[in-house]
Design a protein around this ligand. Sequence first.
Ligand code: NAD
Length: 350
Amino acid sequence: MAMKTIVALPGEGIGLEVVDATCEVLMGTGLPLKILTPPQGSPLPEETKQAAREADGVLFGAAGPSTSAVVSWLRWEMSAWAGVRPIRFFPGMRSPLADPDGIDYILLRENSEGLYPGREGDLADLVNVMPDLSDKTGRKVKDFGDEGRFAVKIVTPKGAERIARFACNLALKRKARGKPGKVTCITKSNVLPRTDGLYQQTAERIVGEAGLQFEHFHVDDAARRLVRFPKSMDVVLCMNLYGDILSDLGAETAGGLGLAPSGNFGDDGWAYFESVHGSAPDIAGKGIANPTATILSAALMLDHMGLGADAQRLQDAVGRVYRDGKTLTIDQGGSAKTREMAQAVLAAYR
Ligand code: NAD
């Protein structure tokens, strides 16, 4: 098999620890992988951008205040608009739910529109250009006075359509493996009928055209459903902010934030992979972070690199470590260090 190149960008905080541990696992698999660790920094150096553009796989750790430029480039400048966040319970994970066995869905986050990345300004400037913009009660922008700030939410038909098609492709692939073939769309279209409404209507049309089941819930109702009925979910299609929030909630139903991986896909097959969690300054530097989210992100990356069987083997190895329950980190009720748990996954892989 030809050598494949991976670019590893740890970010900061526990990102350093979990990426290190995961790279050791990847190298230990014996796959023909070369891992590059080009410099980070703000702005991200050109040589790093080039390496990440050309790599077969890109693995990111976690951003914090001093490395936000890395994730900003990966997600927004590279336009990785589809955030795939699998929520899956492996027996042995410390779920707070009484009966988590069988939780297995994908939360799909639209990464490029909505309220992200932030576009904010002074209210006085908005009042200058759109004084008469009004809400449904008739209250106008100028009625707020000119002291304050505003943020802009953007939804385009192009952005809504491409993420809805992506959701359909995921649901069709899952259906072929025996899943229901359903897309659950989450918005707040009752309050935002023009922006969230556009997203919802676009999704409903495209899911219908694909011959898949469609359902829609408002985000407040959806939050409760993801706790109460997580096993009824298949592909959960979220707007940007709702997906950011609900993926932490979903991760917790499976057992915690340290468990949730993601893949972020852009145009022309480019993608990068990262845990859902952040740099966790409260536990950084102690070597106790759970490496599962990053190892599972690496499995998604291997799959994307055409190494599907090895990706499955790595996921199965994670599953065995949880079933065995002897080498888990503190968040999962164990006492293993980050590296010890990662090494247990590698031993199970072998
Ligand atoms: P966080 O995800 O870093 O941590 C939230 C909580 O979960 C903390 O108590 C932390 O200890 C725990 N946790 C997270 N990952 C864990 C792991 N692998 N094992 C065990 N416990 C884990 O969120 P935060 O504290 O709100 O944010 C810290 C920084 O991370 C901020 O600067 C934020 O902007 C950034 N952030 C980055 C990303 C990203 O890179 N995609 C995502 C979220 C937050």
